[in-house]
Design a protein around this ligand. Sequence first.
Ligand SMILES: *Cc1c(COP(=O)(O)O)cnc(C)c1O
Length: 434
Amino acid sequence: MDAAEFRRRGKEMVDYMADYLENIEQRPVYPDVEPGYLRSLIPSEAPLEPDNYDDIIKDVERIIMPGVTHWHSPNFFAYFPSASSYPAMLADMLCGAIGCIGFSWAASPACTELETVMLDWLGKMLKLPEHFIAGTHGRGGGVIQAHSSVERASLIGGIMMRKVPTDNTYAVGGGMLKKMLEEDKAAGLIPFYFCATLGTTPSCAFDHITELGPICNEENMWMHIDAAYAGSAFICPEFRPLLNGVEFADSFNFNPHKWLLVNFDCSAMWVKKREDIIGAFKVEPLYLKHENQESGLVTDYRHWQIPLGRRFRSLKMWFVFRMYGLQGLQAHIRKQVALAKEFESLVRADKRFEICAEVVMGLVCFRLKGSNDLNQLLLKRITNSREIHLVPCQLSGLFVIRLAICSRSTDSCHIQHAWRHITQLSCELLQDNH
Ligand SMILES: *Cc1c(COP(=O)(O)O)cnc(C)c1O
């Protein structure tokens, strides 16, 4: 493919992408394929001679799309949102063109410097404490990480990890942490790390970080806060109080790729003292050294992470923040929270159902009053209908259905439709069970 063909195909691809997203509602949100469906549709080996581009594009609809779960359908309510916006997609195209690998400042200064500034912008949007902001002389700062589960980290590190039991709102409080620390110390263990969650995955519960923070500081434990989903909402003053206590944390993380319109992947992490993290990961072969690094003014992000290579991901933050503005981003969050509240009131108005956790942001946990089996059957019928897509969670031993407002294009009509569909299937289910 030469530049001339790239221009033509690129324009076609942008049209295909816009058509896909504009008409996504016409596709079943959840694919109707069996495991292994794809292998039988494509050759068992890569082609020896080049294929034809038109054939590849045809195969996208024939082979790929039938097996796609359409995360950006307004009828997708599963997991948590995966952010998507046109400015972010355009920035990712540019990232592909620049194609740099920004492991050090010298490897592409703009890649490093834009990231540092974008993490400052974002930190200020959230009103993070000053010590997390890099500025020109700060000791802290932000980085885009490949986020993952703390549970897996403890397995990799060969470290014993205990989960702190939650209160009746599914949140962790100071009392319970204190009790466990005493137990551990009495058993000769050394507690050194605590991860609090703001907006848990099952029910979007908020740990009491104003209680937990001072305990961690007193015990000299590293306190990390995982606000993967809910963090985006802290750009709104009305949600910011939930972040009070972040000043006790050594590190804080949330995913703009979930709820802030920056396409996957973009997991933002701030540390109070960058020396802590840089010192931990420092490996310095000669071919990665550069003359500017001794100045103390440059950031080499390879020391902040386990992998070496990193993409120019801050471009999509820059595009999105500038195209939406803080107000546009706040409007997006507020609209989705309002849609969740709308769904909540529909559920509350129906005596056959119950709400299982406080609806604070864009997630509603609900179930039919009755057995777990009944709710499992309901979710199975919902999934098989392929009209809407939801996943379950377990709260206090109960099988609970989660509805998360996910797509940027979800509107009131989709909420009303989802509820009509759920009640229709529930009526049939309750009748069949009698
Ligand atoms: C989604 C989620 C994660 C995982 O985030 P990734 O960056 O996609 O790995 C971690 N913690 C919580 C609370 C989440 O909701």
